[in-house]
Design a protein around this ligand. Sequence first.
Ligand code: GDP
Length: 297
Amino acid sequence: MFENLSERLSGVFDRLTKQGALNEEDVKSALREVRVALLEADVSLPVARDFVKKVQEQATGQAVTKSVTPGQQVVKIVHDALVDVLRGDEDPGKLKVDNPPAPVLMVGLQGSGKTTTTGKLAKRLKEKEGKKVLMASLDVYRPAAMDQLAVLGTQIGVDTLPIVPGQKPVDIAKRAKQQATLGGYDVYMLDTAGRLHIDETLMQEVEDVRNVVSPRETLLVVDGLTGQVAVEVAEEFDAKIGISGVVLTRMDGDGRGGAALSMRAVTGKPIRFVGLGEKMDALETFEADRIAGRILG
Ligand code: GDP
């Protein structure tokens, strides 16, 4: 396990004499520890470096509060700065799904948790917001993926678009739109096909679907345990498709959540939800505070 950052920092500050304010040297040694903690939490090096520099400027010269140790004080400064970067300016859990039927496009690599997250979000929209939701799988390459969505739909009591073998993704998307309009649905969610790696065909296909439905939300689902890879995936999808937010899955795992920080710092896109397990209710709205605590350990 990782050593707790507060303990490490106490170690650093124990070696220093008592002073009235955090001086540059104290802060520097403390932030070396912070940088290590960030890297261990899978924050990318450039992001960790920039972040530490910013905090260093903030922390130097701050008066040492009587009630906390300098170590705790630096942890607090770092924590607040993390929250600052992580927090998007909007309510992350509020999907823009007025004006029915509102299309929601789900994109991401295969195995990222896209289908599972589609089901989780549909359940949430239905139960928390009383929306009538239709889900459609556009994964024409893996019939099992289509069946998987249908099974989830039955499980959570949400309709899925009937499967018509041989249809292209764009045609399925059109059919979903039509069905959603005729059937009086508030939202229709399109679960696009993923690949193991980003390739041109995948991107073109998702782009074509996007052009057909003009999604209200385009959510990228990424595996939160893949760290830097998740950030690269987000950059590519955003550049080619344009995403409105990110869902980080597998945050129930051992990962320290550093991908979240790199994701925000590099792409500027808000993290909207986190997946916390395989079950249909294992989804939470993203909370900057919680992830900041987790990154610091
Ligand atoms: P897709 O290929 O992107 O559609 O991925 P799936 O939705 O089929 O998910 C792949 C696997 O990851 C399945 O076994 C899911 O149950 C699992 N999974 C999805 N989200 C989470 C999560 O937040 N936590 C955990 N532990 N497992 C998840």
